[in-house]
Design a protein around this ligand. Structure first.
Ligand code: AQP
Length: 313
């Protein structure tokens, strides 16, 4: 039976990418049963790899915790906790720092993206972020990690670090770690730019649907979401696995993104969705996507707001 671990940074603006790519998977795993233990962590030590306002960080820790529970993660059957409250994460991270090779970290694309042009001024913590992530997972000897597609490379590094530790010390101490990256929303893209990941730190509120958005916010954002000048594609856009063909995803990233989000929310295949909307313009799809977001996301946001007000709870 698998031991599950996953973390979300308390950096505010939780969005549907975080929900569909990760948090909803926690609920699916819980409903499926058959796991030994599941740890869902609010990773505040990861958050401080870039500067955080201490007051806002405290508030965002509560908000992230609330998002797990509001989404349906049952705190009685899963371990929900704050990373910095368990010192083993930082302690094991040091040991794994001594296992991981600098060359491995140099290949991490997320560091390159987040550090931007001025790598020399990024924190050492941002550079070593994947080692802390390895420590998070390996502290509990976790075997399965539900995450979005952006974490794939970090998870490969976790496996490399675990294997090297086992090899160097001639033990079989750390288990094999597998990522769980499934569904149509493993990489939800910005509503303004289909080539950019939907992200908490994007300056434009119109780039993402936040979990705490109300009906009007959702309606406005989807109305303004970028599309293209063609009608919705037909079944010829799909490959044999039912995914968008590479050339379609490249040429029409915004259209593909809206359809992916809709498929994931409705738990329908792209074939089922395209059979309904092929050849139509985007207004009908946008209307139905808006309704689906309102049905699926607004109740979670309302529950989060209710919990946040009740800080004793
Ligand atoms: N756009 C996304 N689509 C699908 N999954 C996503 N995740 C993040 N963005 C998307 C997944 O959500 C979980 C928590 O992510 P995180 O908060 O720890 O960090 P992140 O990946 O850096 O999130 P953001 O939104 O992109 O934040 P910023 O702007 O601060 O960098 C992870 O499982 C992640 O894969």
């Amino acid at each position: 039976m698998d031991h599950i671990f996953s973390g979300v940074q308390p950096t505010g603006n939780l969005h549907i990418g975080n929900y569909l790519g990760a948090i909803r998977k926690f609920v699916d795993i819980q409903n499926r049963g058959n796991v030994a233990k599941a740890y869902y962590c609010v990773v505040d030590l990861h958050a401080i790899t870039v500067w955080q306002d201490p007051k806002k960080l405290k508030k965002d820790i509560l908000e992230t915790t609330a998002s797990f529970i509001a989404a349906g993660v049952d705190p009685k059957n899963n371990i929900i906790f704050n990373q910095s409250s368990v010192s083993a994460h930082a302690e094991l991270a040091w040991i794994l720092n001594c296992i991981c090779r600098i060359g491995w970290l140099n290949r991490m694309t997320q560091f390159k993206e987040k550090a931007g042009k001025n790598k020399e001024r990024a924190s050492v913590g941002l550079y070593a972020y994947p080692i802390l992530m390895a420590s998070d997972i390996l502290s509990y000897k976790s075997t399965l990690v539900p995450v979005g597609d952006d974490q794939k490379q970090h998870l490969e590094l976790v496996r490399d670090v675990a294997n090297k530790f086992n090899f160097d010390y001639g033990v079989n101490f750390f288990p094999e770690v597998k990522p769980l990256i499934i569904g149509d929303a493993t990489r939800v893209m910005s509503l303004k730019n289909g080539n950019k990941k939907m992200s908490k730190s994007d300056e434009s509120q119109y780039s993402r649907i936040n979990l705490t958005d109300d009906k009007d916010d959702i309606r406005n954002k989807i109305k303004k979401a970028k599309t293209d000048s063609h009608n919705i594609m037909g079944l010829e856009a799909l490959d044999d696995n039912g995914d968008f063909k590479a050339e379609v995803a490249i040429k029409r990233p915004e259209a593909a993104n809206l359809i992916n989000i809709f498929c994931e929310l409705e738990k329908k295949s792209k074939k089922e969705i395209l059979e309904i909307y092929a050849g139509k313009n985007f207004s009908n799809l946008k209307e139905n996507l808006t309704d689906s977001l309102i049905t699926n996301i607004v109740p979670i946001g309302n529950e989060m707001k209710r919990m946040i007000k009740d800080s004793l709870y």
